[in-house]
Design a protein around this ligand. Sequence first.
Ligand SMILES: Nc1ncnc2c1ncn2[C@@H]1O[C@H](COP(=O)(O)OP(=O)(O)OP(=O)(O)O)[C@@H](O)[C@H]1O
Ligand SMILES: [Mg+2]
Length: 408
Amino acid sequence: MQIIQQSQEVLQAKQRLGIVGNAPALTAAIVRAIQVAPIDMSVLVIGESGAGKEFFPKIIHAFSPRKHNKYIAVNCGAIPEGTIDSELFGHEKGAFTSAISARKGYFEEANGGTIFLDEVAELPLTTQARLLRVLESGEYIKVGSSEVQKTNIRIVAATNVDMAKAVREGKFREDLYYRLSGVQIPVPPLRERGNDVVLLARKFAADCADKYNLPAINFTESAKNALMSYRWPGNVRQLKNVIEQVAIFEAGTEVTEESIRQYMPVVSESFAPTVIGGEEAHSYAKEREALFKMIFRLQHEIDELKQMIGATHPSFGIKAIAEHSESTDTGISSLVRLRHKDDDFTPAEQVEMPIDEPVENPTTLEDNERELIKRALERNDGRRGAAAKELKISERTLYRKIKEYGLE
Ligand SMILES: Nc1ncnc2c1ncn2[C@@H]1O[C@H](COP(=O)(O)OP(=O)(O)OP(=O)(O)O)[C@@H](O)[C@H]1O
Ligand SMILES: [Mg+2]
């Protein structure tokens, strides 16, 4: 194997994109991206959620001859199934009821440049067929047209699901999988990056202190060891969330192992991330299951909270507390925030989730799910992206459920 060295180009890529870390596996991934950049092959970036996959298509574009042309990133999981073909390939006027004028697709827009297909495993099978054609011949047909168009596009895709399993289950075309992954770039999980965890923690702590004008924090040796030996199921994204909380709530202190542990959730099975090669492939069934587990957990926590409050203020009902918390964001929400240090949610989820009142007289899991989705949408002013993120499901799944439950 080639010796991994921090060439000028690697340093340049890290600096330009703000990539922190010197772990050999991370550097190897960056070297691979730089090496493959000038060669017009498709690349598949693989790695767990939150590992930093989104840097790699940018490196590839920036180090390729296409760098002065367009770079378009598309989140395949966030575009509703009914419109994805038109988004990617464009449509002709009158192609469908709402197509009042012709529209360029991303493949036309980015002609000469690079397209990043994030969450590529979420593409519907019909779109996969169209994509395969583009990869094989550079040809595509706009929705509602019969004319073949040509495009000259470099495709970089990313996924955190086990693609081989998706192929086995018939969710992803095998020929497309091989076409897409001419070159694979594996992004290592954070737990395998040794001291990088500390470098990243320092960076996130310093950024946060700067941003909110807070006194800086330091980590004791044992706190650093705790950070390095933790599993980080949510990888760098999770580390960032944890450190931001620490930087705010422990501002100006020397952070000990004991205090940092309060912010590191005990990793539970139900919220383990999707693992490449593991059993947890991304699928609607899994998402549904995760949603159910979340509902159960939520209800369980509300019960616990009720008991806690009941013990100190027997006259308080949970409803009154919940209303209070909404108006002041103190009281119960800070209590809840503390409790949720044990949970594997992002801070936004940690704060917002438990403020929900319990579903009154829930009858079925569907009722609960519907209610949870409704509330997430309300809380996010109807923004589906934000609601899906909060619910830990893809936007496509949310879109489907909104339809299913008539929540439009
Ligand atoms: N080495 C790193 N240095 C600095 N920041 C990083 C690094 N790796 C990841 N991050 C940050 O962590 C967050 C998550 O990274 P990113 O969005 O690329 O994850 P991902 O692999 O695409 O995850 P998902 O599969 O969930 O989409 C981002 O805010 C990113 O900037
Ligand atoms: Mg991503």
